[in-house]
Design a protein around this ligand. Structure first.
Ligand code: NAD
Length: 476
């Protein structure tokens, strides 16, 4: 069982005033871990007032001082990583080794934004007449409303919090109701590092009620959402209606291109690890494998053998190599995807079924011969399923790789420089990584195009989205 779960508003832990709450379950055992209070409108009003007050003072703190506090939060996250990771595994299901990596990675995000906030440079533009100074000054955009998801409950919240704070913004963050304790433990690191009251406010509740209340509020100046495309479109339209800046980090359906000069076994070994990380519940998870016909058989054999050999179990068991899915909705989604694909003629090379009847376990799954009209060919599986496709003609394959409305991550494996350049040019995705997994580092921009959203988290771009450029022209 957890300690008590709370909101954090204006520097105080509170159960709020709604009287409503929900249970939080361990997805590996179905045990109830705790009871999470829901925020009322009065609680949200208190968070909004606190965020305005927090912003008024935090924006005046120098970026150097802000950086010290954010870096200290990162150090505390590192020190407490084992305890935070254990909570994360218990409520989300991923294996402990991955949870630790997530938590350590969050500390690295703090380091990056602590430094980058000091480099929020503006510029001087040459004037047309003597005595005029044309300046662009980068200012924090204002109080932020952040909505972070359950697949990376710590990292995704830290990306929004550290970037907001580095820019000089305050934030109200709604973390995922299904995985609330690890974000609370992470937030305590920011509080203990010295973030003043009102600068970070954490609330839980009914997601639609919270977003529909916060986004229109005149106090909120920026929205940052990570989640599904349909919810992202809804929140983007609300943000548009109220003229709020927004970052939308939404779903993907990543293609993986394996050319005939790549080593099929080596690539299979690398990409099996990527596919089944977090049981495939990753927006950049590799899903559509386009494999050249010359290396197809070897690649699929190795990938399938790896998938079969993965031990699935409770994330707290050190022998587990893949944990449970995060919630029963994902199991239902996997079952529906499998039923549809098999009815339409797909072949199952391995997996395809739920494991047991306690917890949300699903087999690592590899599909071949999937017809174009199967749902999984166009809908993000967000689970442990890989689709294998054979190709011969590169141009036709690239067309197919670009054919979906998604445009987030893409992967390619080739040692031919010309092919690599072509792939980098032609792939219509926000991120392309060639011959390795090079995505999602704090210092590199992370973001999509098309239905996968807009704006970036990470890199210098990840700071800029929390800033507004003010132009000042001064004669005299
Ligand atoms: P969902 O679409 O109901 O919710 C997705 C996320 O958005 C959740 O964190 C949820 O709390 C939040 N949310 C839902 N409605 C909201 C609203 N009106 N206002 C604010 N937040 C809201 O689906 P789900 O079953 O929780 O997740 C499944 C789908 O979500 C997956 O298929 C995947 O596409 C997507 N997802 C993507 C990411 C990502 O990293 N891009 C992360 C988690 C989930």
């Amino acid at each position: 069982m957890y300690e008590t779960l709370h909101h954090y508003i204006d520097g105080k832990w509170t159960k709020g005033s709604s009287g409503k709450a929900q249970d939080v379950m361990n997805p590996a055992t179905n045990a109830i871990l705790g009871n999470l209070p829901h925020a009322s409108k009065a609680d949200l009003d208190a968070a909004l007032a606190a965020a305005q007050k927090g912003f008024n003072s935090w924006r005046k703190v120098s970026s150097m001082e802000r950086g010290k506090i954010i870096r200290k939060a990162g150090e505390l996250i590192r020190t407490r990583a084992d305890a935070i990771a254990t909570l994360l595994t218990m409520e989300q299901g991923k294996i402990l080794a991955e949870a630790k990596m997530e938590v350590q990675g969050s500390a690295d995000i703090c380091d990056w934004f602590a430094e980058e906030g000091r480099r929020a440079y503006g510029r001087i533009i040459p004037a047309r007449a003597d005595g005029i100074r044309n300046m662009v000054i980068m200012e924090p955009v204002g109080p932020v409303a952040g909505f972070s998801p359950w697949n990376f409950p710590v990292t995704q919240a830290v990306r929004k919090i550290a970037a907001s704070l580095a820019a000089g913004c305050s934030i109200i963050i709604k973390c995922p109701e299904e995985t609330p304790a690890s974000p609370i433990a992470m937030l305590k690191c920011f509080i203990d590092a010295g973030v003043p009251a009102g600068v970070i406010n954490l609330v839980y509740g009914v997601p639609s009620e919270i977003s529909e209340y916060l986004i229109p509020s005149p106090i909120i100046r920026k929205i940052s959402f990570t989640g599904s495309v349909p919810v992202g479109k809804h929140l983007a339209s609300l943000a548009g209606l109220h003229m709020k800046r927004a970052t939308m980090e939404l779903g993907g359906h990543a293609p993986v291109l394996v050319f005939d000069d790549a080593n099929p076994e080596e690539v299979a070994n690398l990409t099996t690890g990527l596919k089944f990380r977090n049981a495939g519940q990753v927006c950049i998870s590799p899903t559509r494998f386009f494999v050249h016909e010359k290396v197809y058989d070897k690649f699929v054999a190795q990938f399938t053998a790896n998938a079969k050999g993965l031990k699935v179990g409770d994330g707290l068991d050190p022998n587990s190599k893949m944990g449970s899915l995060a919630n029963p909705r994902r199991v239902a989604a996997m079952e529906s995807i499998m039923l549809d694909a098999q009815e339409k003629g797909a072949k199952v090379a391995t997996g395809g079924k739920r494991i047991g009847n306690q917890g949300n376990f699903f087999e690592p799954t590899v599909l071949t011969d999937v017809p174009a009209n199967a749902n999984i060919m166009t809908q993000e599986p967000f689970g442990p399923v890989a689709i294998m496709m054979r190709f011969k003609d590169t141009d036709k394959m690239l067309e197919q790789a670009n054919s979906l409305p998604f445009g987030l991550a893409s992967y390619a494996f080739t040692h031919n420089g010309k092919t690599a350049s072509k792939v980098a040019d032609v792939l219509d995705h926000g991120m392309v990584t060639i011959n390795h997994q090079g995505l999602a580092l704090p210092e590199t921009p992370f973001g999509g195009i098309k239905d996968s959203g807009y704006g970036h988290e990470g890199g210098i771009e990840g700071l800029q989205v929390y800033m507004a450029a003010k132009f000042v022209s001064h004669l005299g």
